[in-house]
Design a protein around this ligand. Structure first.
Ligand SMILES: Nc1ncnc2c1ncn2[C@@H]1O[C@H](COP(=O)(O)OP(=O)(O)OP(=O)(O)O)[C@@H](O)[C@H]1O
Length: 990
């Protein structure tokens, strides 16, 4: 089945150390010193250029052969060594359809075939019905009391049948690692019993018993010799995977057996937690520390098989809450990196573990998980963060990094800090992170390995998990409502360590220095492990429980492994060796090293006693340990953020919504105000227009009233002429006053026309100063209504008063408008006037300009008002003079002689004066003055004298010409006359 891995997604949860994923770029490792980069030509066929490791094509499974059948000595390792290629995480192989492990095609994590479980080749291969590992262990299954259905294969390895549900690990995103699976039939796929001791017993009891001892797996893997093809090159060595036996029958070093004796009788060596084996008829030179190994992998065993036996169970336990450590130990070039990282066609422990981790997560919907990964190396006794290394750094360039130190606390044990941890959410993402670290790791060409790891590399995957409460994920609303919080968070760590290889003194100084550090740290590791038995004894006696006498601090490696070595972790050790026929390159000079490795394995198996316990569930985020529980921290953070969000949303809905409403209301209000303003403006404009019309009407009427009395005397004519002139003079001014309006109310142009028409019509009804010079009409008019002249003066006075009142009203209106405009904060809308155009609503005018204009208008109006006052005073005076004159000539009107117009002040001292003479004189003077004025007007052509003594404008003159007053007349203050006013005047004059 072809499946596709999901594309890596960026973590949605932030972390202080979270960084964006980067795609692996170059697969070549950074090399140090004189290391020569791997040549593409040295890559095994089918290996992608990414620098992935792949097995040599010449390395094929071999069958143990008799020493006599061993091939002849091979080339020197330096010349015939197989090449090392870095595992390309994102180019892992497509598991082949047949066995899933022999494809040489580059692996594409995004699309590969689901591998099939490996099946026994034939029934004959099953030679042993059941194999129960002798060491009780959570890792080999015996320790937890679970039955492991396993079958020994013809090659001596164990094959366990897979429970139906267990293969989900090889579903999407998984590699087949199924040579061995263990039965968890009692556990449902969704209920991985965290109790490692079995499903039939109360978890805690059983686990406390079983967790006490023997949780160390020690395995040996023999690397094939590239120069001998499929033939087993053991020579003095015998490797039997079937019986987990490695035996050396050397002439010099004696016989060493690791594993079951060749005769299959009894295991060799002492098993921890069991009675010492009965004295066996061991070979004479049986090594004292020889003992049974958990697994011996022959040269033809693939990485998947190795993983299945040494790490699969441990990974599962880690997912269940145990700390787990897997490390590869061995001489340089023996296959540690090959086993841990693997190749494109044969992924190693790390990628397979990652696959299983995510498979487990998929199989466990009842819990939620959070994974973070760090990757460090110990190089020359210094710790470097491989995830913080600058990518693309020059080969051998000094890496500037903050010094990473090891610290210890009661909950976390020993840990490196500051170390970048990346949260990962998919296998691809995790693999890429590790691939990035691999690129940064220091490698160099050595005598035995063209790409020798010059550092110990530690991948740490921290697994946080918590029981998922249905409907309450991440402390959601349901959780809050119900008040039930999800369970505590369990934190466990899987450490996958690829140690640098022990080696002899190298030629180059740099290599020697590196080698010295490597050897020293490995020696310290060996010493610590060797002393563990001593510590065990002391611990059993109640002393040195903390193992203070153990030299953990002698090297960074042992310090970092302290937790695992002291038993807090499940441990699986893979020791890699390379054996060869006597005299072969593989054997030559390496026997001692190989034997040392086996001794190390033996000691580790003997001495390391794990009492690993499942991690306690951390509740809350307090405390040292709790503070690192990101799952809990994030849950709390998410809750807080959700609260903030809801508060914010409320705020937004409340005040903001209120703000919106307010804004809406404000807008409406503004619009309403604007509308009101417009209406007011219109109203004002209408009012002003009406006032102007009324005013003009009054003026016309006034002009009638002051029309030259055709029945009267010349005095009367002169009076009327004079006043008519004044009135006419005033009329334009009055028109000017109202014609100032157009500047403010240009919309009245049309109305103005109408008004003018009205004026014109009315004028036609009673025109006095007809421009056409129709004297007859004028004289008829004069002869009519105002024959006596007295009434006309009174009427004129009244008209002037009305005009004054109009002006006052108009001023009040303008003031009101000005006030309103001042109140308005901005010049949002104003009704602009444009000559000849309609109302322009919405034009923006600056308030200041409008105010200034209005101020000017008001001042102008006030000035005109003054003019009116003066004119009124003059009229009063004239009226009085006339009345006095009338009284003096006509005894019929004694009452009017001293009469005053209503509201007029009486003469200052009517009784003291001699009215007769004075009044006669003043009337005469007045008549004289008027006559002079008329005469002036006639002489200058301003006025045409009619037949009956009436006056009119000449045909070619307009009212404008009347502005030029006859000599002696007091000129009234002139205001600018807009064109409209002339229009009006013209209309009037028509
Ligand atoms: N089991 C194996 N099958 C095929 N090839 C192997 C096996 N083990 C190792 N090799 C090859 O041997 C070479 C050296 O292996 P590797 O680099 O893993 O050794 P190492 O122990 O990590 O060395 P060092 O300690 O120097 O890093 C590589 O080219 C690798 O492909």
């Amino acid at each position: 089945m072809t499946t596709a891995l999901p594309r890596p997604t960026r973590p949605t949860i932030g972390s202080p150390t979270l960084s964006l994923n980067t795609l692996p770029v170059s697969k070549t490792r950074k090399v140090t010193g004189n290391m020569s980069p791997i040549s593409p030509t040295t890559s095994a066929p089918g290996t992608p250029r990414s620098g992935l490791r792949s097995p040599s094509s010449s390395l094929l499974p071999c069958t143990p052969l008799a020493a006599s059948a061993l091939p002849s000595p091979r080339l020197l390792p330096s010349t015939g060594k197989s090449l090392r290629k870095t595992v390309s995480i994102n180019s892992f192989p497509h598991p082949p359809a047949t066995d899933g492990r022999s494809s040489s095609l580059p692996f594409n994590p995004l699309n590969y075939d689901k591998p099939r479980s490996r099946k026994p080749k034939s029934p004959k291969e099953m030679i042993s019905p059941t194999y129960v590992p002798s060491t009780p262990s959570l890792l080999n299954g015996s320790g937890d009391g679970k039955s492991i259905s396993s079958a020994r294969m013809s090659d001596g390895l164990i094959s366990h049948s897979s429970p139906p549900h267990s293969r989900s690990s090889s579903a999407q995103e998984s590699y087949s690692t199924s040579a061995t699976t263990y039965e968890d039939s009692a556990e449902g796929p969704s209920s991985h019993d965290p109790d490692a001791s079995g499903a039939t017993s109360p978890p805690d009891k059983r686990s406390s018993k079983s967790e006490g001892k023997g949780n160390v797996l020690v395995s040996v893997r023999v690397r094939p010799d590239a120069n001998v093809g499929q033939q087993c090159p053991e020579g003095e060595w015998m490797v039997d995977g079937r019986t987990s036996l490695v035996a050396y029958k050397g002439k010099e070093g004696g016989d060493y057996y690791y594993g079951t004796r060749p005769d299959g009788a009894l295991p060799l060596g002492h098993l921890p937690g069991t009675d010492p084996p009965a004295p066996a008829p061991a070979p004479a030179r049986l090594a004292a520390d020889s003992m049974r190994l958990d697994n011996v992998f022959a040269t033809h065993d693939k990485n998947a098989r190795v993983y299945d036996h040494i790490a699969k169970r441990l990974v599962r336990r880690v997912m269940e809450g145990y700390h787990g450590t897997v490390f590869a130990y061995g001489m340089t070039g023996t296959g540690k990196t090959f086993s841990m990282q693997g190749t494109a066609s044969s992924p190693g422990v790390i990628p397979l573990a990652i696959t299983d981790i995510f498979s487990y997560i998929r199989e466990t919907p009842s819990r939620e998980f959070l994974l973070r990964v760090s990757y460090l190396e110990i190089y020359n006794e210094k710790i470097y963060d491989l995830l913080s290394m600058p990518t693309g750094a020059a080969v051998g360039a000094a890496v500037q990094q903050e010094e990473i130190k090891l610290r210890e606390d009661s909950k976390r044990g020993v840990y490196a800090t500051p170390l970048k941890e990346e949260i990962v959410q998919s296998p691809t993402q995790l693999l890429r992170v590790i691939a990035r670290g691999d690129q940064a790791r220091r490698t160099a060409s050595t005598q035995f390995n063209t790409r020798s790891s010059r550092s110990h590399a530690v991948v740490q995957i921290v697994v946080e998990s918590r029981e998922r409460v249905p409907g309450m994920a991440a402390g959601g609303a349901d959780a809050k409502r119900s008040g039930i919080l999800p369970g505590g968070v369990r934190v466990s760590t899987l450490s996958l360590i690829d140690l640098a290889g022990s080696e002899r003194a190298a030629e180059s100084k740099e290599r020697r220095q590196e080698g010295a550090h490597i050897n020293k740290s490995l020696l310290t590791l060996g010493t610590v492990i060797a002393k563990l038995s001593e510590w065990k004894d002391k611990e059993a006696k109640g002393g040195d429980k903390e193992g203070k006498h153990l030299p953990y601090r002698d090297s960074k490696l042992t310090r970092l492994l302290q937790g695992a070595l002291s038993g807090n972790s499940l441990v699986s050790i893979l020791c890699t060796i390379q054996v060869g026929a006597a005299g072969s390159a593989a054997a030559g000079g390496h026997t001692t090293e190989t034997l040392n490795t086996l001794k190390f394995a033996s000691r580790a198996k003997n001495n390391i006693v794990s009492h690993a316990k499942r991690a306690e569930e951390a509740l809350g985020v307090g405390g040292d340990g709790g503070a690192r529980v990101l799952l809990e921290r994030y849950r709390v953070e998410i809750m807080e953020l959700k609260q903030q969000l809801s508060m914010q949303a409320k705020k937004d809905r409340g005040p903001d919504a209120g703000r919106d409403d307010e804004a809406e209301k404000a807008r409406e209000l503004e619009a309403a105000e604007r509308h009101e303003e417009q209406m007011l403006e219109m109203q004002l404009a209408r009012t002003a227009l009406k006032e102007r019309i009324d005013h003009l009407n009054r003026l016309i009427l006034s002009s009638k009233s002051i029309g030259v009395n055709t029945n009267g005397s010349m005095s009367s004519l002169s009076h009327y002429a004079r006043f008519s002139q004044m009135s006419l003079t005033a009329s334009p001014r009055s028109s000017v006053v109202t014609s100032n309006g157009p500047r403010l109310f240009p919309e009245r142009t049309a109305s103005m026309t109408s008004a003018s028409s009205t004026v014109g019509r009315r004028s036609s009804a009673g025109r006095r100063f007809s421009a056409d010079g129709d004297a007859a009409d004028g004289e008829e008019d004069h002869a009519g209504e105002y024959g006596d002249g007295t009434a006309s003066l009174t009427a004129q006075n009244r008209a002037l008063r009305a005009d004054l009142a109009d002006k006052n009203r108009y001023i009040a209106t303008l003031e009101k408008r000005l006030l309103h405009a001042r109140r308005a904060s901005s010049s949002r809308t104003s009704v602009g006037f444009s000559a000849g155009k309609g109302i322009l609503v919405g034009e923006d005018h600056s308030v200041a300009a409008a105010m200034k204009e209005k101020d000017g208008e008001i001042a102008d109006l006030r000035a005109r008002l003054d003019d009116k006052d003066r004119m009124l005073t003059a009229l009063r005076s004239a009226a009085r003079s006339r009345e006095v004159a009338d009284a003096s000539f006509s005894p019929r009107s004694p009452t009017t002689q001293l009469g005053f117009l209503a509201g007029e002040e009486p003469p200052a001292s009517p009784t003291s004066a001699r009215p007769g003479a004075k009044q006669t004189r003043s009337v005469d003077e007045m008549n004289k003055m008027l006559e002079e004025m008329i005469q002036d007007g006639v002489e200058t052509g301003h006025i045409v004298r009619g037949v009956h003594g009436s006056v009119r404008l000449p045909a070619n003159r307009t009212l404008d010409s009347l502005v030029e007053l006859p000599h002696g007349m007091e000129p009234l203050r002139q205001s600018p006359v807009p064109p409209e006013s002339h229009e009006v005047m013209k209309c009037k004059s028509l």
